[in-house]
Write a protein that binds this ligand. Structure first.
Ligand code: ZN
Length: 312
């Protein structure tokens, strides 16, 4: 089988085979996972030459950074339950010149992830286009698995959403509607099963710092955002983890925490290339962003390890 095949156990049928509901619906004590965002192969060069449309003809740096990320994750002890990549896997937009090569090189790096640590892929605007179509989404799904799906890990319910359908669904309104219907069903399931927590992954943050901040490229349009925040709040969702901003940020809305994680790849602010460690305990979700250097040399800090060690 090709290395880029089901080595990644991609999401199919709106579920992840790595985590079956029957094995995972029960709370078994604290665990953690790793969140990364925006490896975005090609952006560092494109940004440096000032041409984000065509300047993405090299991605050596991103290869190195993502290799470092994979090695850091592989070294962690205990192992994380999974490693989620919150979108913009590559820089080249659908139809652009270097896309295939970027995708191949990213898969070549990611396939070295410890086989016991499932990868969870989230679609970003660069993966399916700012205004996605059925075709761009189909192509993404063939390559990386479903664009939206849910899974259970140790009594916690995780939802992966396609945030482009909230950003601009003008070219595929029926797909937006399908995700909305599915999401409502999922939230009903979550309510019935009395899960410990519900956590969402999506590429574009609902907001960066304040729930009522103005809309721009990096967050969702205000009325759409309001509707989603209220839905998430009512459903008891604890946290939304995103990328897209290439900086760390975050805020909260009525008990719903918005966590914006900087990039593995190109930084657009003062943060370092890094990953977020997320510990899920009985009562709370605790997270900390680590630079790749820090995480690979020292691992996670004692305070987080102690939370994991606590038995129920
Ligand atoms: Zn993005």
């Amino acid at each position: 089988m090709a290395a880029t095949g089901d080595a990644f156990r991609r999401a199919r049928g709106r579920a992840l085979s790595a985590f079956r509901h029957d094995d995972e619906y029960e709370w078994k004590g604290p665990f953690y996972f790793i969140q990364g965002a925006d490896p975005q192969f090609g952006l560092i060069k494109a940004w440096a030459v000032g041409d984000t449309n065509n300047g993405d003809d090299e991605w050596k740096e991103e290869i190195k950074l993502t290799e470092q990320a994979v090695q850091a994750v592989n070294k962690l002890n205990p192992k994380p339950k999974f490693f989620v990549l919150c979108g913009d896997l590559i820089h080249g937009m659908p139809g652009s010149q270097w896309r295939k090569d970027q995708e191949r090189d990213l898969k070549n790096v990611l396939k070295n992830t410890d086989q016991n640590i499932p990868l969870v892929f989230v679609s970003g605007n660069h993966d399916i286009g700012n205004a996605p179509t059925r075709e761009t989404i189909d192509n993404y799904c063939k390559s990386w698995g479903d664009d939206y799906f849910s899974f259970w890990v140790g009594g916690v319910f995780f939802l992966v959403l396609n945030s482009q359908l909230y950003f601009d669904s003008s070219k595929c309104p029926e797909l937006k509607q399908a995700q909305d219907v599915w999401l409502n069903e999922q939230l009903a399931v979550a309510e019935k099963h009395k899960c410990k927590h519900i956590i969402v992954f999506q590429h574009i943050p609902l907001f960066l710092r304040e729930p009522d901040e103005d809309h721009d490229y990096f967050n969702l349009e205000k009325s759409v955002r309001q509707e989603i925040m209220e839905k998430f709040h009512k459903a008891g969702i604890k946290a939304v983890f995103s990328g897209h901003y290439h900086r760390n940020a975050g805020g909260s809305y009525r008990g719903l925490e918005m966590v914006v994680t900087s990039a593995i790849g190109c930084q657009l602010g003062e943060d370092t290339h890094g990953l977020r460690v997320v510990v899920v305990t009985d009562e709370k979700i605790v997270h900390r962003y680590y630079s790749l250097d820090e995480l690979s040399s020292q691992g996670m800090e004692k305070e987080l390890l102690d939370m994991l060690a606590k038995q129920i």
